[in-house]
Write a protein that binds this ligand. Structure first.
Ligand SMILES: *Cc1c(COP(=O)(O)O)cnc(C)c1O
Length: 225
């Protein structure tokens, strides 16, 4: 067994336990392997271990790693989990199966325009700055409903749910209120998918309703910068 398949086994066990604790079915939760700055060989190793969904932070890095590598045949999808700049929209639309980081009307319109041009429907999540932090991307809680309304008017966007990166705490229990706040924001808006939880806090996120967990370090080890 490889190092990655060991880590994957541990993560899957933890996902199952967290699902059970909260009366959910483990199949409701999809692991997104956060593979930023992870070299191609290790991504291939992860794909062989059974990981099917990868999340990348940068459009350029994602396209150069995943296109023409033969990897696309071994996996189900690549998601964009990092911020999307408007000048990268052209390359992102259609390449990513899901864009987690739509956080403004302007960006939503740009993505919709590009999707229309290519006659496709782009699946997206709206990223919410649930902790109201200056340093974080995401639409404010106050403006979320308005953005959702705009997104829903766009025929070429398919809105699946909400994403967040909560404030960081060493004790994952302290992130719990932020995860439940995201769920409580999304449910009345008719949204059922929540991208929340990373290596340090994915179990708590699952207990609070996460359907996608984005896990990097716990799977691939510490990233080298
Ligand atoms: C890197 C990253 C992750 C994974 O973080 P880990 O703590 O390494 O699991 C999740 N989401 C986003 C948006 C990231 O950039």
């Amino acid at each position: 067994m490889t190092e990655i398949s060991h880590s994957l086994g541990r993560i899957q066990t933890a996902v199952h336990r967290a699902a059970k604790r909260s009366g959910r079915h483990p199949d409701e939760i999809t692991l997104v392997a956060a593979s930023k700055r992870v070299p191609l060989e290790r991504i291939e190793e992860a794909a062989i271990s059974g990981i099917r969904v990868f999340g990348e932070n940068r459009v350029q890095e994602a396209t150069s790693k995943f296109m023409g590598s033969g990897l696309m045949e071994k996996i189900d999808s690549v998601h964009l989990i990092g911020p999307l700049q408007t000048n990268k929209v052209k390359r992102a639309v259609g390449f990513f199966d899901l864009i987690h980081s739509i956080d403004s009307v302007h960006l939503a319109e740009k993505v919709a325009q590009e999707a229309k041009k290519r006659s496709l429907t782009q699946a997206i999540l709206v990223q919410v700055n649930i902790g109201g932090e200056e340093s974080k991307h995401g639409v404010s809680v106050k403006e979320t409903a308005q953005l959702i309304e705009t997104v829903r008017r766009q025929k070429h966007l398919s809105l699946l749910g909400l994403m967040t990166i909560p404030p960081y705490f060493t004790d994952p229990e302290r992130t719990r209120p932020y995860f439940s706040a995201l769920r409580d924001l999304g449910i009345p808006l008719g949204l059922r998918h929540f991208s929340m939880g990373m290596s340090a806090d994915f179990e708590v996120a699952i207990e609070e309703g996460a359907t996608w967990v984005r896990i990097g370090t716990a799977l691939f080890g510490q990233r080298k910068d």
